[in-house]
Ligand binder design. Structure first.
Ligand SMILES: [Zn+2]
Length: 130
């Protein structure tokens, strides 16, 4: 399974992709949830430079309940943002909106594994309907 093209980054992403695929859809996991809009803003580790902002309505039938978003650092290793728990807690508490900030727990690049963390910031807002 270890071809010449594998790297710590691609191995991790492949594993995560599999984990997402194997999880039930949001509609299957959260029967009460009728609508979900996410507002995501990516920042650098200092929280100053905004790298991108995206807002969209999630298709609950197609979106998976392992609810993760990619880190915008294209060399990031073993990072990204998994907001599955945030979403689960929000739905369980029947919250209409939830917002917060997550930090990437990965490494800045493959050459800085175990030395320089990524720490990119994702500020999120979920709007939930039941
Ligand atoms: Zn990262």
């Amino acid at each position: 399974m270890h071809g010449p093209r594998t790297s710590p980054r691609s191995e991790y992403l492949l594993k995560e992709k599999q984990r997402v695929l194997e999880s039930p859809s949001l509609a299957e996991k959260f029967h009460k949830l009728k609508s979900l809009t996410v507002d995501l803003v990516h920042f650098d580790p200092e929280g100053v430079t905004k790298n991108s902002q995206i807002k969209y309505t999630v298709n609950l039938e197609h979106a998976k309940s392992v609810f993760r978003f990619g880190c915008h650092n294209h060399e990031c290793v073993r990072g990204d943002f998994d907001l599955s728990d945030v979403l689960t807690q929000a739905v369980t508490a029947k919250r209409k909106s939830v917002s917060g900030e997550a930090r990437c727990q990965g490494w800045r690049s493959r050459s800085t594994i175990d030395t320089v963390p990524c720490r990119n910031i994702l500020r999120y807002k979920f709007t939930l309907g039941y």
